[in-house]
Design a binder for this molecule. Sequence first.
Ligand code: ZN
Ligand code: ZN
Length: 312
Amino acid sequence: MKIINNQKGYTTSIILLLLLIPLLLLLTITIDEYSHEVDNTVENLQTKKMKSTTQDFENEIATITKQTLHDTTLEVITRKQALTNSKKYIKDKIQSKIDTIEQKQRKNNINIECTVNEIKPADDPFKIEIHYTLHVTTNNSNSKIQKEENRHIEITDTKYPVYDPLPTLKTRATFTDSKVEYTDKLANYITINNSNAYLNSTQHVTIKKCPINDYSQHGNSNITIKNCLNNHYYHNSHDGLCLLCRLENRTTCEHYGFETFILPTEKFDKAPASIDHVLLNDQQGQYEGNNITIDNNTIIYLDNGHKIKYGL
Ligand SMILES: [Zn+2]
Ligand SMILES: [Zn+2]
């Protein structure tokens, strides 16, 4: 107060005030920046949390899809009842499982909305394509994630075995312990000569992809072809049905599918060809093949086309 009383003091206080203004301004800016930085850190943390939650969620979608394919094929094969619309059936099942995990995330202040738009055969018959839309928001910040995703999920993960339902659907044979015991059912289903070649045959129906990339190498040695037959591998095929069409008990399929060998039990010169889509075709589509002896205990019957394909 004393300063203001004289002229000199008055000037000093003005100078002090003028000096104080930039200092105050600087302080305000610093505080503002500091709080901004805190805000940014919170925002960053939220974004990071959201990103990692979304990543986990998407991994979960892949697992759910595999689990659903395992459950569905097992269900169809056990009940011996085909699905009328396998794409829709699987899509709805996956969606309802996804809805349950969405609920869990809500407790973490992260809202995930995921819609499964489509399930369809992939170009690779050992994969299924899933198309979904994701919308992720959080209660504590403005960040959000919005995306559409097309993913190819493998059906050959040994943790979630997927079973081929066609043998039981076509012949009504019984499935036990990952294989189908045909008894007389396949022989009775076949309408061409020497159907008895398949009396009491057994087919393992877990879908496993043959590791040989160049199929013509199967004939390189008896060991190679025997290894394929003993492991009941499946192969890419234009004529074979895809998994989704197999679940509907179809005879033809417009997608790229797979095929496997069904091992005969009796020896003839000629008998119905040992390819699943030939034997399990509608009865007009069956055709015969020539005996190919692999060793004392193993023979198969193949037509020319399949003989060339597998280099036998
Ligand atoms: Zn093979
Ligand atoms: Zn198909």
